[in-house]
Design a protein around this ligand. Structure first.
Ligand SMILES: [Fe+2]
Length: 253
């Protein structure tokens, strides 16, 4: 375990305030806002999903000993983790049934497509965290995609985003499923630790009792460095009363 990982899994450390961070360069801010603005226009459910996953990842990182800069990058990678869905046809994203084999092959391209959409500036700024976009569907046992990586070969950011991702997928309403209780998500993390998920990441999430992290916290955290502007639009499709979209990303003028 390197020093970054050691701090990330030191969940009892005092937290610091992301608002103090000035670590997001203006050009990276603009590119992130532009990409997320496109996702919002293209597929609003994926846009909201990305924010909720980022909220889980932020909650996880906020309880760790990572620096503000590392936390900002991890959270930004979470915000962008599904940006490759901009390249997935809408009829597949909104399909009410189980995807066909052909459709599933198309869906499986979104991690790589996401990487293609990131500019060199954004990749350079995100550093190792950009791998979270490529690796968030890898599984600990090597049965994930796109590279079928196993264990620690999966980038840490990918391991963390994968856990946040599954919490939101299980607890959100989708065209093909109803929203399930948080207990189901917690049980899934416990049950699939060591097969689907990194055991260390899964148990760290469980230790945090990571239930109902407030999107307000995410937005407050990012407000100062990303010019977040509230619009108070509810995430009604998730069927969860505690989630309200308190912020919206605006393309920088
Ligand atoms: Fe994804």
């Amino acid at each position: 375990m390197n020093s970054y990982e050691a701090r990330l899994f030191s969940v009892d450390a005092p937290t610091s305030n992301l608002n103090d961070s000035k670590s997001l360069p203006l050009r990276a801010q603009r590119e992130m806002r532009a990409l997320l603005g496109l996702l919002r226009e293209y597929h609003i459910d994926s846009y909201y999903h990305s924010h909720r996953v980022a909220a889980y990842v932020n909650y996880f990182a906020a309880q760790s000993r990572v620096s503000d800069e590392e936390r900002v990058k991890l959270v930004c990678a979470a915000l962008l983790h599904d940006i490759g869905k901009l390249c997935t046809p809408l009829e597949i994203l909104d399909s009410p049934g189980k995807p066909t084999l052909e459709e599933y092959e198309e869906i499986k391209r979104h991690p790589q497509n996401g990487m293609y959409l990131l500019s060199d500036v954004l990749v350079e700024w995100l550093g190792e965290h950009s791998s979270g976009i490529l690796c968030h569907h890898e599984r600990w046992d090597g049965t994930g995609y796109p590279q079928e990586l196993t264990g620690e070969k999966i980038a840490l950011a990918g391991q963390i985003i994968a856990a946040g991702d599954v919490i939101d997928v299980i607890t959100s309403k989708r065209p093909y499923k109803v929203a399930l209780p948080y207990d189901d998500a917690i049980n899934a993390l416990r049950k699939y630790a060591g097969t689907q998920f990194s055991p260390k990441v899964a148990y760290s999430f469980l230790k945090l009792d990571c239930i109902n992290p407030d999107l307000e916290d995410l937005h407050d955290s990012l407000k100062s460095c990303m010019a977040w502007k509230p619009n108070n639009q509810p995430i009604s499709q998730a069927g969860r009363s505690h989630t309200q979209l308190a912020g919206d990303m605006r393309v920088a003028s």
